[in-house]
Design a protein around this ligand. Structure first.
Ligand code: PMP
Length: 396
């Protein structure tokens, strides 16, 4: 009989999970660690959203929904995103998380050999999804400040380039693109005929206090007091979708409302692309989870500003706690910071040392072609932040 390993495709072998797996193998031996590794908020889903999900289940919303998602949620998202962007954002598809939207976007646009550009460091899924689709990741270095290097990006474009994937606020750096950087990205994309995939999953978590002038918006384009679509309270994120119709806006509920397990996200963009994504969804995910789509509609009305304020304070604490020993770029969004490992060691070596001291962090090579930095998720208690920073400084 053939050994089962022989059934595995080259496609599956092409995806490597070893980096993160090694960290979690090391972590398995830790007892009650200071856990700086988790990419999800430390608050729970708001009670009203939980009630709405339970009510949806009880009232029978347990069947398939239309592939595109339930009409009231799609309409609400289109209306709110259109108000936020100051132009009609196009068609809306409800997806199984932003992960689902990313997979569908890549499957609907990338032919074998097509290229997608994104910055290093990057959210790890981009690279692997492109590999699964037979596409090519073209990774543009953005060290040491993680700003958008428009010239380098332009140089990386070839006749096979189709996508420019942006992620602001960024995982793992917390960097938020400025309006000028967004305009530079749009300019490059427009001149070279690229589709922008704008991963805005951390959009509600903005700490920089972006003012209207900074975001380059005319007053009438902003929708105060309702603000942005999924986060009525926050400042407004500079988004390429404001200026460039060939943008897929990816937003999600996982981070904004701590619903990582509910698997809910959305994509808005040009009808011709979104409809193809819906077609692929029909034969893969079928639809996003029905009761949670109903709950998400409720969640969109809930103020989350207390959570955002609390993360802003945590960001300040972690910056203060680490800057005396580490080279850092102050994050302006999300809940990550990406400090440089101490001189003379790789990030992997430093992470091993941190784990020996009961602090769990992720080495930069999980998110990067380099092994020089490490990621901290500061979505944890203030006590753990203080204790963890203390340990990291003491071993640096
Ligand atoms: N994009 C980024 C940048 C992320 O960090 C994550 C989750 N860690 C996702 C997309 C996917 O999130 P989800 O599928 O839960 O919506």
């Amino acid at each position: 009989m053939r050994p089962p390993t022989e059934f595995i495709s080259r496609r599956a072998h092409g995806v490597d999970a070893s980096g993160i797996r090694k960290v979690f193998d090391l972590a398995a031996k830790m007892k009650d660690p200071i856990n700086f590794s988790i990419g999800l908020p430390d608050f729970d889903v708001p009670e009203e959203a939980k009630d709405a999900a339970i009510e949806a289940i009880r009232s029978g919303h347990n069947r398939y929904t239309p592939t595109q998602g339930i009409a009231p949620l799609r309409e609400r998202l289109r209306k709110d995103l259109t108000a936020e962007m100051g132009r009609d954002v196009g068609d809306v598809l409800i997806t199984s998380g932003v992960s689902g939207a990313l997979l569908l976007a890549i499957l609907a646009t990338i032919d074998p050999g097509d290229e997608a550009i994104f910055l290093d460091p990057y959210f790890v899924m981009y690279k692997h999804l492109l590999t699964l689709a037979g596409g090519k990741s073209v990774i543009v270095d953005s060290y040491p400040d993680f700003r958008f290097p428009a010239e380098k990006v332009e140089k990386a474009i070839t006749p096979r380039t189709k996508l420019l994937i942006l992620n602001s606020p960024s995982n793992p750096t917390g960097v938020v693109m400025t309006e000028a950087e967004v305009r530079a990205a749009v300019d490059v994309a427009n001149r070279h005929g690229l589709l922008i995939v704008s991963d805005e999953i951390y959009e509600p978590f903005l700490y920089g206090g972006l003012r209207t002038e900074d975001s380059g918006l005319s007053k009438e384009n902003v929708a105060p007091p309702s603000g942005s679509a999924l986060s009525p309270q926050s400042s407004v994120l500079p988004s390429p979708a404001r200026h460039y119709p060939n943008t897929l806006i990816l937003r999600g509920f996982s981070k904004s409302h701590a619903m990582t397990g509910w698997r809910l996200g959305c994509v808005a963009g040009p009808e011709a692309v979104v409809q193809q994504m819906a077609k692929v969804q029909q034969y893969t995910f079928v639809c996003a989870p029905s009761p949670f789509q109903h709950a998400a509609l409720k969640a969109m009305d809930l103020p989350m500003d207390a959570a955002v304020d609390s993360y802003r304070r945590k960001r300040d604490r972690v910056v203060e706690g680490l800057s005396r020993k580490f080279e850092i770029v102050k994050p302006e969004g999300a809940f990550y910071i990406f400090p440089k490992a101490p001189a003379g060691m790789t990030a992997t070596e430093f992470v091993a040392k941190a784990i020996e001291n009961n602090v769990l962090i992720i080495p930069g090579n999980v998110f990067s072609e380099r092994d020089t930095h490490f990621r901290i998720s500061y979505a944890t208690t203030d006590e753990k932040i203080a204790a963890g920073c203390e340990v990291l400084c003491s071993i640096a």
